[in-house]
Design a protein around this ligand. Structure first.
Ligand SMILES: [Zn+2]
Ligand SMILES: [Zn+2]
Length: 277
């Protein structure tokens, strides 16, 4: 190869390299959009737990049925399982501020993994599934079974005035980037048409995570943590949270809402931790 030919070949190579570099962002964005479409497709079609085809829902019917659903044999006020559906001894001795607790599951595998993956891996598709499951529970409680499938409306007399996700402190929100309870409550609000309370109740100080404290210290830790800037006289509020453990946080929130006039406060939680676990 003469020096001239070698030089022309080198220039050609450099040009094609430059073209490749120029088109790199386009290639990357094409690849990203393909990955997004692919992952959406995966989310839409594969059961989160077993990988089987599940249509456009998070779990296939078999895995959904296998979740640790709570039965009706539990205290209506705090949702702890008992021998019947009457108030438990603890609620009779010292009634909590909230009037009722509705919980879908016990906080066991695989529900714990599903909630953790929403919270710590930002799997927001799980929040939609959870919100829909709460809406189904609300529909069943109101006696309007399957009504959601027809017109997405529950009887208005069974619905509250507001849905309130348990607020996170500003610090916790900044660290996590989103409030998992809000993401679940958003779907419940969409399904029921009940407005969300997003900015009217705030967590005014960053409390220690309740899970790191002994049971008795939790009440003290959460005391006066919330502030409500709304008159709730004679209103009913549904409070949405992911996991209920001692109920100290939910009780303090209910105390705050009642102090601002709320007539009735119900907890709507995904999972209930059983006592002494
Ligand atoms: Zn499955
Ligand atoms: Zn109870």
């Amino acid at each position: 190869m003469s020096i001239r030919n070698w030089f022309i070949a080198l220039v050609n190579r450099l040009f094609s390299l430059r073209e490749m570099l120029h088109s790199l962002p386009l290639l990357l964005s094409g690849l990203a959009s393909w990955v997004m479409t692919w992952s959406k497709h995966q989310m839409a079609c594969d059961c989160f737990l077993c990988g089987a085809a599940s249509g456009n829902v998070l779990l296939c019917a078999a895995c959904d049925e296998g979740l640790p659903y709570l039965t009706d044999q539990r205290c209506p006020q705090c949702a702890l399982p008992g021998v019947d559906a009457r108030q438990c001894g603890a609620c009779l001795r010292e009634a909590p501020y909230f009037d009722a607790t509705h919980a879908l599951w016990t906080y066991d595998f695989p529900v714990n993994r599903m909630i953790q993956s929403l919270k710590f891996s930002c799997r927001l598709a799980n929040a939609d599934f959870f919100g829909m499951a709460l809406a189904r529970l609300a529909s069943m409680k109101s006696g309007a079974v399957n009504q959601l499938e027809h017109d997405r409306a529950l009887p208005s007399d069974s619905l509250p005035d507001f849905i309130l996700p348990v607020p996170l402190s500003a610090e916790r929100l900044a660290a996590r980037g989103f409030n998992q309870a809000l993401e679940v409550a958003r779907q419940l609000s969409q399904q029921t048409g009940v407005p969300l309370m997003r900015y009217d109740v705030v967590r005014q100080r960053n409390t220690m995570p309740q899970s790191r404290l002994p049971w008795k210290a939790r009440v003290k830790n959460i005391r006066h943590a919330f502030d409500c800037q709304m008159d709730l006289t004679s209103k009913t509020v549904w409070v949405v949270d992911d996991v209920m453990t001692t109920g100290a946080t939910l009780n303090e929130l209910a105390r705050t809402l009642k102090a601002h006039g709320a007539a009735r406060v119900e907890n709507w939680v995904l999972a209930r931790t059983l006592k002494h676990e």
